[in-house]
Design a protein around this ligand. Structure first.
Ligand code: C2E
Ligand code: CA
Ligand code: CA
Ligand code: CA
Length: 280
């Protein structure tokens, strides 16, 4: 038992060491990811109940020669800790807006409402955030009413006054806001009334459990009916099957996103979706 304990300890130490090394590698590589052109964007369709394309969520990808494709859940928290998320977030917004202007010039389908961009709480908290957004809008000539910023519930409970002020300033620019992963955080709808919010995105964990867990059904039902009272749209994320779409529709949800319709795709396929009036 002593032996295995010692081996266990050594194994643990090796594993720790490996994690530290991997983290150091990630940090080093992340420093030059933007300048080395290692970042790119993918676009996931958002559709309405008739299967028409209403938007794309913009999702970040990082492909590094040594590390391979690093998932955003892995590197974004590190970028946030390193103070690099502002630079990366700027790159995302600028690149996505340039793509959107290209699509705008080709003519967008009537059903299309715009692109959704994930905003890190660290990025949003910067005093310069509002000016940065205006700068991107000016530089890219994007139609700001086609922008939907996805923020998280947690951001709304701290510094309510300054968060609300920034949101209202951006709202004046016609930008829209969605609450991402709704239902996983603070779940009180009361604070929502302080902010100019347009849409709630029901977290995929509720959708995943929809057919097996009656609680998820109740939660989604509650979110949908309260959103209706508050005049907010609701979009369900992580929809993976026809059955899930059907249940959500019966509850009253009219916007969807998930693998059932399409995985996130590169810009050329997204362009095809737009120009062929694809039905999902
Ligand atoms: P999120 O904002 O909740 O994005 C949804 C995630 O669910 C995406 O993962 C998407 O690919 C995945 N997804 C979409 N449909 C389905 C489905 O039907 N089933 C399942 N199982 N998954 C689905 P992804 O692209 O790996 O992004 C993970 C997270 O990384 C995002 O979660 C978001 O929090 C963050 N992220 C991604 N891009 C950005 C970005 O540009 N900026 C910031 N700040 N965060 C980002
Ligand atoms: Ca999101
Ligand atoms: Ca989400
Ligand atoms: Ca998420």
């Amino acid at each position: 038992a002593k032996e295995s304990g010692r081996n266990g300890y050594r194994f643990y130490r090796q594993e720790m060491q490996q994690q530290v090394t991997e983290r150091a590698l990630l940090e080093k590589a992340l420093h030059s990811a933007v300048s080395n052109d290692e970042l790119y964007l993918v676009y996931q369709p958002q559709v309405n109940e008739n299967g028409l394309l209403i938007g794309f969520e913009v999702l970040l990808r990082w492909s590094n020669d040594e590390l391979g494709l690093v998932p955003p859940d892995r590197f974004i928290p590190i970028a946030e800790e390193m103070g690099m998320i502002e630079e990366i977030g700027y790159w995302v917004m600028d690149t996505a807006c340039r793509q959107l202007t290209v699509w705008q010039e080709k003519g967008l389908p009537l059903s299309f409402r715009g692109i959704a961009i994930n905003i890190s709480p660290y990025q949003f908290a910067k005093d310069s955030f509002v000016d940065t957004v205006k700068e991107v809008i000016d530089n890219t000539h994007v139609d700001p009413s086609l922008l939907d910023f996805e923020i998280t519930e947690g951001m709304l409970v701290e510094n309510i006054a300054s968060v609300a002020e920034k949101m209202w300033l951006l709202k004046e620019q016609q930008v829209r806001f969605s609450i991402d992963d709704f239902g996983t955080g603070y779940s009180s709808l009361r604070y929502l009334q302080h902010f100019p919010i347009d849409q709630l995105k029901i977290d995929q964990s509720f959708v995943r459990d929809l057919s097996s867990d009656p609680n998820s059904h109740v939660i989604i039902n509650t979110i949908v009916s309260m959103a209706a009272h508050m005049n907010l749209s609701v979009l369900a994320e992580g929809v993976e099957s026809y059955a899930e779409k059907g249940i959500l529709e019966a509850i009253g949800c009219a916007r969807f996103q998930g693998y059932y319709f399409s995985k996130p795709v590169k810009s050329d396929l997204a362009t095809q979706y737009l120009s062929h009036s694809t039905l999902f």
